[in-house]
Design a protein around this ligand. Structure first.
Ligand code: ADP
Length: 397
């Protein structure tokens, strides 16, 4: 099957056309500045990247341009639209309604709409992408794959906050967790790579990108994760604060004489390693070189990040009563050997040692712990698009 994977944001849309048998990407790209002016990036496998400025007042035009590019006589990846067998859509929030991926139907769309209050910036954009595809590709089966679904296996003791129960029953306030598609993909790949029986394994996945979260995967299921009702909690991230004492919100609002919304903006966009480094950068490459040149704030930002990650990994080892493997993934997890090493230095007590040579390998699955380490530490590149493709095929078939 040829599956078009769509990740639709409010003004952008990323896409990949994947052959599900070979799992090869046939073409990929993105539309940006939808609703402003519009640009389309398109790249066929083995071909050059093409960028065209095209007017995209809505997502419908954007998807039409994607279809045009994919079916173009000269550079297209398919001869006609009829070769696209299914579309897989990334959806951010599935609330408690979706514990797995779902075929797109009118009923399903209604339920996703009902989850929109939990992700007001994301779900409506995801739905716009679904509706535009339905209009332009009538009859093509579509599947929604949720960032939250993998974490629906968490038990109440992990997902309940210590708040009055009615906050949960009336408003759905609880931990949902995110990056589920990545945590699910990486835990499966880790088990396969190490020859573990997934159904009988304890794996901690550290998805460390601009957004970052840790997941405890026991017997193939998420039993706890560091993000919460929203993606703001847990780890210190690129620009997000992660978990802080909730009383700080009122304190900042009073001191700076700003609204709660403005405080949240600080927590989301001006905090994390970016804020800690005094606005130097949210990019670990910049922070690493600044720290090397003696910038104390950058060094401290990296220390805070690694310490917080290590604490979460430690917590999850405790709740699983042990660990077989720790897997690093996403931008920082896959590329930053210094950060991996620094985090793993906290785990000497578990008999973990990092092999510096293996820790320098990039772009593939690799075990970076020494052979005599008691716990395997790996780098497993994530591939959310491939996971969405696999889920789509499983449901459509
Ligand atoms: P997201 O998908 O959450 O936006 P990514 O998973 O793409 O984020 O991660 C992006 C981050 O990865 C960058 O901000 C940067 O901090 C980090 N990163 C990417 N490449 C490298 C590298 N070579 N060395 C260190 N950090 C890197």
């Amino acid at each position: 099957m040829k599956v078009l994977v769509i990740n639709c944001g409010s003004s952008s849309l990323k896409y990949q056309l994947i052959d599900s048998e070979s799992e090869q990407v046939l073409a990929k790209g993105l539309c940006e500045r939808i609703g402003i002016d519009g640009s389309l990036t398109y790249q066929k496998a083995g071909g050059e990247k093409e960028v065209s400025e095209l007017a995209m007042p809505t997502h419908k035009e954007a998807i039409q341009f994607v279809i045009d590019a994919l079916t173009n006589d000269k550079t297209g990846a398919v001869a006609s639209l009829s070769e696209i067998d299914a579309v897989g859509h990334r959806i951010v929030h599935g609330g408690e309604k979706f514990a797995s991926s779902a075929i797109v139907t009118d009923e399903m769309i209604k339920e996703v709409e009902e989850c929109s209050s939990l992700a007001p910036l994301h779900n409506p954009a995801n739905l716009i992408g679904i509706r535009a595809c339905q209009e332009l590709m009538p009859g093509v089966p579509m599947v929604g794959v949720f960032d939250t679904a993998f974490h629906q296996s968490m038990p109440p003791k992990a997902f309940m906050y210590g708040l009055p129960r009615r906050m949960y029953t009336d408003y759905g306030i609880r931990k949902y967790g995110f990056h589920g598609t990545s945590h699910s993909f990486v835990s499966k790949e880790t088990a396969k790579f190490l020859g573990l029986d997934l159904e009988n394994s304890k794996i901690v996945v550290a998805h460390l990108g601009n957004g970052a979260s840790i997941c405890a995967v026991k017997d193939g299921k998420s039993i706890d994760t560091s993000m919460g009702m929203t993606p703001l909690s847990g780890l210190v991230m690129g620009t997000r604060s992660g978990s802080i004492d909730p009383s700080i919100l009122e304190f900042i609002a009073e001191r700076e004489n700003i609204s709660l919304e403005q405080v949240l903006n600080i927590l989301n966009k001006e905090s994390g390693v970016y804020g800690l480094s005094d606005g130097l950068s949210s990019d670990f490459r910049d922070l690493g070189s600044a720290a090397e040149e003696g910038n104390k704030a950058a060094e401290e930002a990296l220390d805070v990040f690694c310490y917080r990650v290590a604490k979460h990994i430690g917590k999850y080892i405790t709740v699983m009563n042990g660990v077989d493997a720790i897997a690093f993934t996403a931008g920082i997890g896959e590329n930053d050997k210094d950060t991996r090493k620094k985090i793993m230095e906290y785990f000497g007590y578990l008999g973990i040692e990092i092999d510096d040579e293996k820790n320098s390998i990039r772009g593939e699955n690799v075990k970076i712990s020494t052979d005599d380490s008691k716990v395997a530490v790996c780098v497993i590149p994530t591939n959310e698009e491939l996971m969405i493709c696999r889920e789509t095929v499983a449901l459509v078939k």
